[in-house]
Write a protein that binds this ligand. Structure first.
Ligand SMILES: Nc1ncnc2c1ncn2[C@@H]1O[C@H](COP(=O)(O)OP(=O)(O)OP(=O)(O)O)[C@@H](O)[C@H]1O
Ligand SMILES: [Mg+2]
Length: 334
């Protein structure tokens, strides 16, 4: 078997704050093959963005610190690379789309120039060649009347158009891996669907791998082959998308799925959306038992005494939950 394109091994990231050490990411493992799409989901503050920023070497230190683990990309340990060597990988081999395009687009640079820039920096293209290719990419992401818009500034575009420019920028150098952190959250539903199908199309054409970060499980269901669910800095469940949606094991995953809006079956009374009661614990806390225990409907003694490890639930699906060993507790406490 060939080794994965990206392998995050036992990654831990801490932030040193006046309130204490925030353990934002705790021993996370993710393996992503070439051409594969993985979804990373979980509530706000559970460590999704910090995980992806660590891959790109963008955790600022201080206050951040990689407290353990390694990140292998195409056989190289990214955590051991510095300066130019890391910058060369970032943008050329690994690209990222951030949630809010205005924070990553340069407000004083025309969009054509912004898409052209990575080609000049990473691939040694002349300005003329780079602008020509930038125009082709902006056309591919369906910016209308591209030639007239090359000199537009980001503020002259709508949110959906800016997001397309970001995608063009991320794709222009033909990366092997694209990390998309909530790429469509800021957009309305119609534009969201367009952008997602655009990303899927481009991905299929180019064969790159995609790590899609979102709290929108509907998006995940449409786009990914495997899902990793994060809670309070840890992966709590992972598996193939259809298994995980049909037979979620972890009470947290079950809660997330229940809180997802669905179109009601005709004839059935429409149900209220179920939120998961309570909130994510502070990550400055030192946990003894399961991190989800305070919110879980099935908590029993052991959950508060000892932290569960990721364990096989069935082929290809793992969960971090004591119910794997004591399934009867689920019916007792349901
Ligand atoms: N610079 C920082 N200093 C201190 N704590 C930080 C810093 N950056 C992130 N954190 C903490 O790390 C934890 C994980 O944050 P992260 O941004 O990865 O969450 P997330 O899962 O991406 O959430 P969201 O869905 O809201 O984007 C949070 O508790 C956050 O407060
Ligand atoms: Mg985030």
């Amino acid at each position: 078997m060939t080794s994965p394109l990206l392998e995050i091994l036992d990654l831990s990231v801490h932030f040193h704050t006046p309130e204490g050490i925030v353990c934002a990411v705790d021993r996370v493992n993710i393996a992503l093959n070439s051409g594969e799409t993985i979804g990373l989901v979980g509530e706000s503050g559970c460590g999704k963005s910090v995980t992806s920023l660590a891959v790109l070497g963008l955790i600022s230190s201080p206050p951040g610190r990689i407290a353990g683990g390694s990140i292998l990309f195409d056989g190289r340990n990214l955590l051991a690379l510095e300066g130019d060597r890391l910058r060369r990988i970032r943008g050329r081999e690994i690209s990222m789309i951030f949630q809010e395009p205005m924070t990553s687009l340069n407000p004083v640079l025309p969009i054509g120039r912004q898409v052209a820039e990575p080609l000049m920096v990473h691939k040694g293209f002349t300005k003329k060649e780079a602008l020509e290719l930038a125009a082709e990419w902006l056309d591919q992401v369906k910016i209308p009347a591209v030639r007239r818009r090359l000199n537009d500034y980001p503020h002259q575009l709508s949110g959906g158009m800016r997001q397309r420019v970001m995608i063009a920028m991320a794709m222009v150098c033909g990366p092997k891996l694209l990390i998309a952190d909530e790429p469509t959250t800021a957009l309305d539903v119609t534009i969201q669907a367009q952008i997602l199908s655009l990303m899927v199309g481009l991905k299929e054409k180019s064969g790159m791998a995609l790590l899609l970060i979102t709290h929108d499980l509907g998006v995940v269901a449409q786009m990914v082959s495997r899902v990793m669910v994060m809670y309070a800095g840890q992966i709590v469940e992972a598996g193939g998308v259809s298994d995980l949606f049909d037979r979620p094991f972890h009470p947290y995953t079950q809660g997330l799925l229940r809180s997802m809006p669905r179109l009601g079956d005709p004839g059935k009374k429409r149900k209220r959306l179920n939120e998961i009661a309570g909130s994510v614990p502070l990550l400055t806390e030192r946990f003894i038992g399961c991190r989800f225990a305070d919110r879980c409907p099935y908590t029993f003694d052991l959950c508060r005494l000892q932290a569960p490890e990721l364990t096989d639930v069935r082929e290809g699906q793992v969960a971090r939950c004591w119910l794997i060993f004591q399934p009867e507790k689920r019916s007792l406490n349901a």
